[in-house]
Structure formats: structure tokens, C-alpha cells
Design a binder for this molecule. Structure first.
Ligand SMILES: [Zn+2]
Ligand SMILES: [Zn+2]
Length: 380
């Protein structure tokens, strides 16, 4: 921490054109369109579960029960669509939502018979996409509205659409990511120790979870640090840092090379430890929730936990573009390794005044995906 540095308060002005207001039809338009699109995706997943759902997730939910949720989603999409005509605004979105929902009804709606699924090796995680989207909107968007850090920051902030594309890609690709990560971890067969795994498995579940968190955090810390400090790798990771307003959706922004390599690397300690499935499931849930939470626009108080766990304030500093914050706070789960290896930056109650990269990246999805390749070619 630099004592002579003057920290300033970030100012966020309300962008009235982008804001939602009750009663003007915009909320109805977006709700109708999103629920319609999700309903159609869900119906397709019920029609082709082998190709459009994930084995791991199918075990965790009851597909017949979820049809009730689909039923409400479809009717609400229609209702919101009709409301846009009542408000006489955003009617195109309403019509789009109604159209998608009617197509979902035509394809079988919420009463497609659910039977056993013949698993295929590679599928698209449509179920994971729908459930993660609904869950995130419900939990994190609510949190951001109840306890915002910047009250004036709007849901439809600049580039939210780009981040939604990243969100969809990361969730649809879940099977491919897991297959790649497991394949990669398989290369470490030689390092598996039956005695180490026996000791781990003999430990109580909470201790196994702590052990997994620490080992995963160590790997993720160094992976993240290399992404920052090795130039060719930074061109890839810069994509994650190019976002200039942070919220629950912003954390999805990440180049696919980073998304795949991160999962593959973190799989190695998980594979070597050989912990109980319960401990692994607790870790995976914790890691998934924390990864979204730390990008959220929230002042949720963490009390003394903020000196142990990675919190929104800590990770927002990682995204800060002010000088004292550059290349700090690499930890994914805990602040431990930043403390140990000298990259900890947490100036009391201050938050960054600006986010993003010092050299601005292209703003579109495809331009960001090709960005590192262009940088590498230009260097040669
Ligand atoms: Zn980073
Ligand atoms: Zn981040």
C-alpha cells in the first residue's frame, strides 16, 4: 500500500436512457424476451436431452419438477409480452417474447415426456445455462439492488450484451471444458499417491474442503500471476480486464483459452487430493458462487472474513486501473497467497476509482477473441 497515494471516490452518474423504470414497458419487454428465449431453449433441451443437457447436472435436478418452472416461465413471458402492448412501448421486444414462447408451445411446451437419457460424450450445457442465468438473476441481481456499491450503476450498463455472450459460451461449453480438464489431469497419474489420498479421505469433510480451497487457491494464484506477468499470456487475460463496469455478469468475460486452461489447471490438485465427492461438491459450489460474487456491484459487509476470503472489494481492486492496484490481488478464494507473496492491496475502506486496462481493447466479442492472436502476430 502506498501511503502517499490519494484515493478518490468513484462517481457513477445515472444513465436515464439505460435505466429501468417501473411502468414504462421496458421491464416487461426484457422479461418477455428473456423468458421466451429461455423457454424455447428449455423445450429444445427436453426434446434433445442427450445433446443439450449435461450428465453431471442432470443428476442434481428433477427434470419433471423443472417443467413446472418452465410452465410459469412460458406464461409469464406471454403476460409480459401483452403488457408491452398495454404500455404501448417496447412492443417489438414483447412480440419477440410472445413469438419465442408460442414456438416453444408448438414444439411441445412444458409437457414433453421425460425418460431415461442415453448419454453422449460431448453435449451443450443448455440446462446449465438456463439454471445458472435464472439463479444469478435471482441471487446476485437482487443483492446488487438491495446492497449496491454504486446505486446509480444500471443493469443494462455498457457492454452487458458482450458479457452475456461470454456467459452463454462459458455455460454451453461446460461439457467440453470438463472433458478437457479431466483429460489434462490424467497426465498427472504418476503423481497420484494412495497414501496421501487415504490421509485426505480420513479427514472430516470440513477439513477436506479447507484443504481443497487452499490447494486450488495456490494453483489459481500462480496461474493468474503468470497471466499478468508473462507478456504473451497477458494478451489473453487482458480480455477479462477489459470490462470497465463491474457487476455479476462482468466476471463471465474471459478468453476461451483462459477459461479452458484455468479449469484444467485447477483440476490437477482436485485430482491428486482424491477428496470425498461431498467435499468436492461443496468446493465447486463455493468456487462458482464466489467467482460471481467478487465481481458484483455490492457493498455486502463481510466483517472479519474480508481478511481471509476474496471479497468484492478485494477483487474490484484487482480490476482497478490505478497505479497502486496494477498486478495485485491475484487470489481466487483467499487472500493468503497475496499476503505471502507480496501482491496484497486492500487500502482500508477505499475502492478503485476506475476499472479496465491501461491500453484499451477492442469492444466486440469476436474482436476480443482474436485480440491475443493479433498481438502475437504483430510482435513477430
Ligand atoms: Zn487478472
Ligand atoms: Zn475478475
Amino acid at each position: 500500500m502506498q501511503l502517499d497515494y490519494q484515493y478518490r471516490e468513484r462517481q457513477v452518474d445515472l444513465d436515464a436512457r439505460r435505466a429501468f423504470r417501473l411502468g414504462d414497458g421496458k421491464i416487461s419487454g426484457y422479461c418477455s424476451l428473456f423468458l421466451g428465449a429461455l423457454s424455447l431453449l428449455a423445450v429444445l433441451a427436453y426434446l434433445y436431452p442427450a445433446y443439450l443437457t449435461t450428465i453431471e447436472l442432470r443428476r442434481a435436478y428433477d427434470a419433471e419438477q423443472l417443467q413446472k418452472l418452465l410452465k410459469y416461465g412460458m406464461y409469464f413471458s406471454l403476460m409480459f409480452g401483452v403488457l408491452t402492448f398495454y404500455f404501448n412501448r417496447y412492443k417489438r421486444m414483447g412480440a419477440g417474447g410472445i413469438g419465442l414462447t408460442l414456438l416453444a408451445f408448438a414444439l411441445g411446451g412444458y409437457s414433453i415426456p421425460v425418460g431415461p437419457v442415453e448419454p453422449v460424450r460431448l453435449s451443450l450445457g443448455v440446462d446449465w445455462l438456463i439454471l445458472a442465468f435464472l439463479g444469478s438473476v435471482l441471487v446476485f441481481m437482487t443483492l446488487e439492488k438491495l446492497l449496491p456499491k454504486y446505486r446509480n450503476q444500471v443493469i443494462l450498463r455498457p457492454e452487458w450484451g458482450v458479457d452475456l455472450v461470454y456467459f452463454c459460451f462459458n455455460h454451453l461449453m461446460i461439457s467440453a471444458i470438463l472433458i478437457y480438464a479431466n483429460y489434462h489431469a490424467g497426465h498427472f497419474d504418476w503423481a497420484v499417491s494412495a497414501s496421501v489420498q487415504a490421509v485426505v479421505q480420513a479427514a472430516p469433510i470440513w477439513l477436506q474442503v479447507v484443504l481443497i480451497v487452499l490447494c486450488a487457491d495456490f494453483v489459481l494464484y500462480w496461474e493468474h500471476r503468470l497471466y499478468h506477468e508473462v507478456q504473451p499470456l497477458w494478451s489473453i487475460h487482458a480480455v477479462h480486464h477489459s470490462v470497465e463496469e463491474l457487476d455479476w455478469l462482468a466476471g463471465s468475460r474471459g478468453h476461451f483459452i483462459q477459461v479452458f486452461s484455468e479449469r484444467a489447471l485447477v483440476m490437477i490438485p482436485l485430482y491428486l487430493l482424491g477428496a470425498d465427492a461431498t467435499a468436492l461438491n461443496i468446493y465447486v459450489t463455493f468456487a462458482a458462487l464466489q467467482a460471481v460474487l467478487i465481481h458484483c456491484n455490492t457493498r455486502l459487509p463481510f466483517g472479519p472474513l474480508k481478511y481471509v476470503l476474496v471479497t468484492p472489494q478485494f477483487h474490484h481492486w484487482h480490476h482497478g486501473s490505478e497505479k497502486p492496484a496494477i498486478d495485485t490481488n491475484y487470489g481466487a478464494h483467499t487472500v493468503l497467497f497475496d499476503r505471502l507473496f507480496g501482491s496484497y492491496h486492500m487500502p482500508a475502506e477505499h475502492w478503485p476509482v476506475e476499472y479496465g486496462t491501461t491500453v484499451r481493447l477492442p469492444r466486440g466479442y469476436l474482436a476480443q477473441i482474436v485480440y491475443p492472436f493479433r498481438r502475437w502476430l504483430a510482435r513477430k
